[in-house]
Ligand binder design. Sequence first.
Ligand code: XIL
Length: 563
Amino acid sequence: MALGAVLLLSVGCMNSRGSVALLDYDWTHLAGAERVDEGVRIEGLGRAIVPTEDAKDQTPVSNPPINLRGAVLRVKGDFALSAKLSRLESSPDDSAYLTIYGKLPLTQDEWRQDGRAVTLGLEGDSLIVELQDGIDDSERHAYPLPASASDEVKLGLARIGEWLSIQINGETVGLLDEPGLFDSGVLWFGASADEGSEYLLHSLKARALSKRSTATVADNQIPVFGAGEKAQPGSAPASLRRLAGKNHPQLYIGTAVAAIPLLSDKKYARILAREFNMVTPENAMKFQFIHPRPDRYAFADADAIVDFAEANDMAVHGHTLAWKEALPRWVTEQDHGAVRIREILAEHIATVVGRYKGRIQSWDVVNEPFEPFGATLRIGSPWYQTMGKDYIAFALREAHRADPEARLYINDYALEHPSPKSDAMYALAESLLERGVPLHGIGFQMHEDMTDDYQPVEASVFHDNVQRFIDLGLEVRISEMDVNLQDDASQERLQQQAEYYRSILELAMDNPAFTAFSTWGFTDRYSSLQEWWDTDGFGNGLIFDANHQPKPAYFSLQEALKE
Ligand code: XIL
């Protein structure tokens, strides 16, 4: 068992007599926030989830930052929050938003599953109050602001029984039905503004409203469980990382992770630290997440993952730098010209790789360069459009310059079996190596399906095909494995899934050229196979179930690693 999470670092508690100043807690890890004398300055980063190619015409979904490493409020009964905000005199029409979450959203890269929240927003000369009650259920109310728009405004939000009361400068302006947005009793805070807007959050206070209600604040920080290897008593079943460390030390046991569960779900964090010794940020380092505006980066989520990994003695595999997807509109929707596109990519790589220099051991520098099931390169990215196939060598060289120690990979799917695509990857790798381009390895994603009509590539077939890459002197890794059972997650299927996972792990264990066996998430609860429109529509492709319980696949990996 773990030593116990150091999650609650400092705790402030108050009753109806006093209030707690939430700005006294950590706001330095919120993307777009900066501590200043007057409080916290919030700048709109315009971070958005841009839908994929097929849904190009849809409006990007905004993806505002949440203060995951900061004040978390636990409430029972009635409570009140009050905030003082002001916009700059020079731009009084700027927007200013403060969001209080009772349930955090699930944020992937192509979609966002909304949770439950209230947003208070200044827009022009109105106060906007938006209630979000899960997926597709939101309502919006507007109230006039009395003072001139750039003056300091005091906003109040109180839960009183089944009501939400809204105040402006001490006066109640609205009383709304409270549909249970704060029933979890745990409140998180987010602050944002429209892209390019900024505002000052001068104060944010919370208090309990009656003798029987309570409001308690904790400073939520990175959970630390003690070194994974030592974190279990002798009699407990050995964890994957512990067994691998002992029997197959050359092979990292990895998984993809996301910042929201990492910082809000203790069980998730505990299993992660106990079972794995490598993490890949699932989305947090993708271009649109981390670099939302030409001159602005949003490192908070990526930092949290890297800090967590270090604190829990895990390696980090970075994902990803030059890809055709997850590009913000500022990159794709302007004609920058060839020279500027090269600069954008070079500057992006230098900044992101440079920030984590020495802390990220390997990178997917180039992701999915080939057509889905074809032998030709994908031509749609601005990188290919301006540099042709040379963008690949360019990106690898820039990454190498930024961190000469990092191991650099090209990562793709549908490469496991012999195919024109896999031949094309082989030819590409060979020619890069011949030219002295710093390429160290190939990532085989292994997003697999297993159904009555479809069986994933057999380990023996993969084995024969991967050998030629190894013979070039390259490292290889299983980078994103999941085994989607689609509609049939019967015991029989779960058993087959287990055996399949095991066959691939055994292949990797037995060949020293494999540096990592990494799954794309570990719990079905937060899997990318989740149906985003259905909060209970969990995936079934990973090794822990939606209640974080180990599945047959977990036990079969454990068995395999014992050998
Ligand atoms: C996926 C993420 O898991 C999702 O959260 C997101 O919505 C889309 O991208 N190949 C890759 C990964 O290299 O980056 C993709 O991740 C899965 C396929």
